[in-house]
Design a protein around this ligand. Structure first.
Ligand code: HEC
Ligand code: HEC
Length: 283
């Protein structure tokens, strides 16, 4: 629901990007594609209105609120406002925040910001995101300051510790792995053990998400034939990712950003599916 509205609001713009696929993309177009679709930044950085993310206030932050024993933080204002956004940060500082989860003042970003997955960004993609963020409309919204109550550790996702080699992404499965990583799918589709992702059970789901929709529990998306996606067709997997419809036709709940993933190119979606099929079957 949440992602769907965002996707609709963005449709015109992103379709424009898709049509331009034949020509080489500029950095700002590539950044728009990554931020608005596969990386679902709106999910955490755009205030939620009665009909989902409020695009008139895109990226001005304030919601959602992540309240845990260790911290209480909100999605930040990531528009170019120099006082309340990130307009005064240098390109290198923005990139460092994305890749390493550290602000220019040295204060680490709390884990809801999935920087443990963004270390894998290629230099060109990280640069494209910065260029696109700089092109956003500034918002003066001041977001409530984060409260840190206890130490937290940054969790680098296995394989996301360093930038991917751009040449390797010509391979469909490698491209799919890259996209699934930057889409932070496994942050939600991996169980947590005392707050930390259990890397021995990647893809098996079982995390709970509470919200206005009630409770949603992430599912097993490994290649397991009964518990996972092993018996699903490619079309069924893509329908689940982009339309939030499970194999049996039931509607899937937020917070997964279906509507944003729906704006990905077919080639990118195909690559994601090809990669998911290589995940070892786990119960
Ligand atoms: C799952 C939620 C989530 C997603 C997805 C997400 N962020 Fe964040 N982000 C956060 C939260 C929460 C914070 C604030 C953390 C804190 O205060 O410690 C944050 C902080 C940031 C900051 C630091 C801003 C500041 O003033 O300190 C930047 C820059 C940023 N995000 C950019 C992005 C971009 C670009 C994307 C998409 C590529 C993105 N984020 C995706 C949750 C998210
Ligand atoms: C913010 C958390 C989150 C993210 C990110 C996320 N998912 Fe999900 N996903 C969920 C939840 C929760 C469900 C189950 C919803 C329900 O039961 O109604 C789900 C359901 C699914 C399903 C349906 C499975 C079934 O058995 O019906 C598939 C397939 C899926 N996700 C794949 C992905 C892929 C691929 C990505 C990355 C492109 C992704 N998810 C990113 C939370 C997430």
């Amino acid at each position: 629901m949440l992602g769907r509205t965002a996707g609709l609001a963005l449709a015109a713009m992103v379709i424009g990007t898709a049509c331009a696929q034949a020509q080489p993309q500029t950095a700002v177009e590539r950044g728009a594609y990554l931020v608005e679709t596969v990386m679902t930044c709106h999910n955490c950085h755009t205030p939620i209105g009665p009909n989902g993310p409020d695009m008139a206030r895109a990226f001005s932050g304030g919601t959602p609120v992540f309240d845990t024993p260790a911290f209480r933080v909100r999605g930040s204002n990531i528009t170019p406002d120099r006082t309340n956004g990130i307009g005064a940060w240098s390109d290198a500082e923005i990139e460092k925040a994305l890749r390493e989860g550290v602000r220019p003042n040295g204060i680490p970003l709390a884990p809801p910001m999935p920087t443990g997955f963004y270390g894998v960004l290629t230099p060109a993609d990280a640069r494209a995101i910065v260029v696109y963020l700089r092109s956003l409309k500034s918002s003066p919204t001041k977001v409530e300051a984060p409260v840190y109550r206890a130490a937290f550790e940054r969790e680098a996702f296995p394989g996301a510790e360093k930038p991917a080699d751009p040449a390797s992404l010509a391979d469909k499965v490698k491209l799919g792995e890259y996209l699934v990583t930057i889409a932070h799918c496994m942050e939600c589709h991996t169980p947590r053990d005392r707050g930390r992702l259990d890397f021995s059970a990647v893809g098996t789901g079982r995390q709970e998400f509470k919200g206005p929709w009630g409770v949603a529990v992430s599912r097993n998306i490994t290649s397991h034939p009964e518990k996972g996606l092993g018996a699903w067709s490619d079309a069924e997997i893509k329908r689940a990712i982009t339309h939030g419809i499970s194999r049996d036709g039931t509607r899937l709940k937020p917070p997964m950003g279906y509507g944003m993933y729906a704006r990905m190119t077919q080639a990118d979606l195909d690559a994601m599916v090809a990669y998911l099929r290589t995940l070892p079957p786990r119960e």
